[in-house]
Write a protein that binds this ligand. Structure first.
Ligand SMILES: Nc1nc2c(ncn2[C@@H]2O[C@H](COP(=O)(O)OP(=O)(O)OP(=O)(O)O)[C@@H](O)[C@H]2O)c(=O)[nH]1
Length: 316
């Protein structure tokens, strides 16, 4: 492969395909980086931690490779059964993927949360790990340099040999392509796993439920940190509509833990729930490209975070 003509070398490069996931503490920028790589909004982002509950996949299609990104929930110290189950999902994902990107924000010092994840990561020996220093647009040169050194040091302390350390800004787009370039060689040789044009295989219902949950949490996160779950029960095209004016009926339940939380979610005279519905509906319409009637009901699922039966019903 020592051809003097670089294009000849490229043409001979084998096609690669496989899976990678981004890990990191809540708010580290995993979802935003996934979106930037895939080039469309597939995962739900917010400026508050732990919004990503489901493994949302984004697919990067290139001529030489197909990179399937699995976006896992943030690993955290389990306090409830839900927390425990989420951590199990994360560990299983780590062992199954071909590469892991550990996201560490450039503008925040490495803390106990990062060390906790690093320690856990070190135990997944087989999977190559790339340290991704995110949000570089928020750090000056000096801070960034210090962070790169600290990340190198973190690897040594935890017993991880970084395959690469790469700084990136998903917001400015700087080095986003390089992140893909560094992940691709870690994938096995093989044909594309998904048809070209597929961006995600997340079922639409799960994405819609996440959009509703995000809208419902807006502004009340401090009062209802992890107490809201959304299940889309049914999605049906409205009958008797002219072909050029379709309408999709979406019926969803918003579960809370305690009756006392009902008032917070619904708001005075139901105004809050109405606003949540309007906001979520607009986003669902944008996602599906069709007008939507959103029928949203609030239900109490007592202590659902601790009850295995409820958890299964809600898809965990
Ligand atoms: N300035 C800047 N902000 C970023 C960048 N990447 C992410 N953010 C912001 O950081 C916040 C968290 O980003 P997410 O992508 O939701 O983080 P996450 O790691 O997926 O978070 P969880 O879902 O809670 O685990 C959001 O407000 C993003 O807009 C970046 O490159 N630059």
């Amino acid at each position: 492969m020592n051809s003097p003509d670089p294009t000849a070398g490229q043409a001979a490069a084998p096609h690669r395909s496989g899976f990678a996931c981004f890990v990191g503490r809540p708010n580290a920028g995993k979802s935003t980086l996934t979106n930037a790589l895939v080039g469309t909004k597939v995962a739900i982002t917010s400026n508050r931690p732990q919004t990503t509950r489901h493994s949302v996949r984004g697919i990067v299609h290139r001529d030489d490779a197909q990179l399937v990104l699995v976006d896992t929930p943030g690993l955290h110290k389990p306090r409830t059964l839900l927390g425990q189950r989420l951590n199990d999902v994360v560990r299983t994902t780590w062992a199954e993927v071909d590469a892991i990107g550990f996201c560490l924000p450039a503008d925040q010092k490495i803390g106990p949360g990062d060390r906790f994840i690093a320690k856990e990561l070190a135990q997944v020996k087989r999977t190559p790990k790339v340290a991704v220093v995110t949000k570089t647009d928020l750090a000056d040169r000096e801070t960034l340099t210090e962070q790169l050194i600290a990340v190198d040091q973190l690897g040594r302390e935890a017993g991880i040999e970084w395959a690469e350390i790469v700084p990136v800004s998903a917001v400015s787009g700087e080095q986003v392509g390089l992140v893909a370039d560094l992940l691709v060689p870690l994938l096995p040789e093989g044909p594309p796993l998904y048809p070209e044009g597929d961006l995600t295989d997340e079922p639409e219902q799960v994405m819609i439920a996440e959009l509703i949950r995000e809208a419902a949490l807006e502004g009340v996160r401090d009062e209802l940190p992890h107490s809201i779950a959304v299940v889309v029960e049914e999605m049906l095209p409205r009958e008797d509509r002219p072909a050029d004016r379709p309408l999709l009926d979406v019926h969803a339940f918003l579960y809370i833990e305690r009756p006392s939380q009902k008032g917070i979610v619904i708001g005075p005279k139901g105004q809050r729930l109405k606003d949540v519905g309007t906001k979520a509906r607009r986003q669902i319409e944008a996602l599906l490209g069709t007008p939507v009637f959103l029928d949203l009901h609030v239900k109490v699922a007592k202590d659902w975070q601790r009850d295995p039966k409820q958890l299964r019903r809600l898809g965990f």
